[in-house]
Design a protein around this ligand. Structure first.
Ligand SMILES: *Cc1c(COP(=O)(O)O)cnc(C)c1O
Length: 215
């Protein structure tokens, strides 16, 4: 699908959900995609992209930013503590905060750098053992620690289990965000972004539907 088609589907989903005045950030997730496909989307005027690996992003985005100017970059994949500084320097937003150690590390780097990207806490809404994210019951604890360090947590993110109805998880994430007065909810991908919009997503992360299948 073209970017244009996706954006028009987003508009329709907003209207259908009574959210026509809400801003929804369409994050074009370009991990593993060939540069030519990324440039096509840049040439169409899109300036909001997502990646899931710090190293891969360092190899491609500084050059693209030189060429195209300001681009808003979101890290949607998990973050190792030894990559925190690189990630903070490159990304405007990090969606994958999921443990205390990471918060402490980011707080230390923020002291050194004098700035901090906006942050989402990733919630493991399906309680999957192999998946990143904090348990629902641990969100409060992590938020308190972040607050103690004055870190800008702006919302929650989730990746629903593949064999369950995504909307059940979208509802849960939206509810937890509301309980904590968090404004942003990062959920919904190529196959389910319209449902995510219906259940309150503010940031949708779309890869293959924009760029085509990943190799
Ligand atoms: C790859 C990825 C996406 C995009 O997935 P698609 O199904 O290609 O839209 C969204 N979120 C995260 C965390 C990802 O890693």
């Amino acid at each position: 699908m073209s970017l244009e088609k996706i954006l028009s589907k987003v508009e329709t989903a907003k209207k259908d959900s009574g959210r026509q005045n809400d801003k929804i950030n369409v994050i074009a997730v370009s991990k593993v995609q060939p540069i030519a496909r990324i440039k096509k989307v840049l040439n169409e005027g899109h300036r909001l992209f997502g990646e899931n690996r710090v190293q891969e992003s360092l190899e491609k985005w500084p050059k693209l930013i030189d060429e195209y100017g300001k681009i808003e970059l979101h890290l949607v994949g998990s973050l190792q503590t030894n990559k925190v500084k690189d990630a903070m320097n490159l990304f405007d937003v990090i969606h994958s905060i999921d443990r205390e150690k990471l918060i402490v590390k980011i707080a230390n780097e923020a002291q050194n750098l004098g700035f901090c990207p906006d942050l989402f806490i990733q919630v493991n809404t399906g309680n999957e053992t192999q998946k990143a994210g904090v348990k629902k019951e641990e969100v409060t604890k992590l938020l308190e620690l972040a607050k103690l360090h004055s870190l800008p947590i702006i919302g929650l993110m989730c990746l629903p289990p593949i064999n369950e109805l995504p909307s059940d998880h979208f509802k849960i994430l939206n509810r937890i965000a509301k309980e904590h007065n968090l404004q942003r909810v990062s959920m919904g991908m190529s196959n389910d972004f319209e449902d995510a919009i219906k259940f309150g997503a503010t940031d949708i992360r779309i890869g293959s539907a924009i760029f085509g299948p990943r190799e």
